[in-house]
Design a binder for this molecule. Structure first.
Ligand SMILES: [Zn+2]
Length: 82
């Protein structure tokens, strides 16, 4: 473990989160419950991805989508069938 790298990766992660906030405005509301979905970094191993998902605990569908880039994640969220 190298502390300097940890700090750097955390900084990049925070920066990425801030970048993602600008994409929220482009997202359609959840087709199941009408809530505004969350957009967040997805760390499912491998290269960094972006996830969009409905975080409303009462949502009947809990849809989510993951893509390589924020643009693609927004596109997929907005165009996929409910
Ligand atoms: Zn929902």
């Amino acid at each position: 473990m190298k502390p300097a790298n940890d700090v750097e990766s955390r900084r990049q992660r925070d920066q990425f989160r801030e970048e993602l906030k600008t994409f929220v405005l482009d997202l359609l509301t959840c087709p199941f419950c009408g809530a505004i979905p969350e957009i967040m970094p997805w760390h499912g191993g491998g290269p960094r991805k972006t996830a969009v998902s409905c975080e409303n605990e009462y949502c009947p569908g809990h849809p989510s989508t993951v893509a390589e880039t924020p643009e693609e994640a927004v596109e997929r969220w907005n165009t996929r069938a409910p």
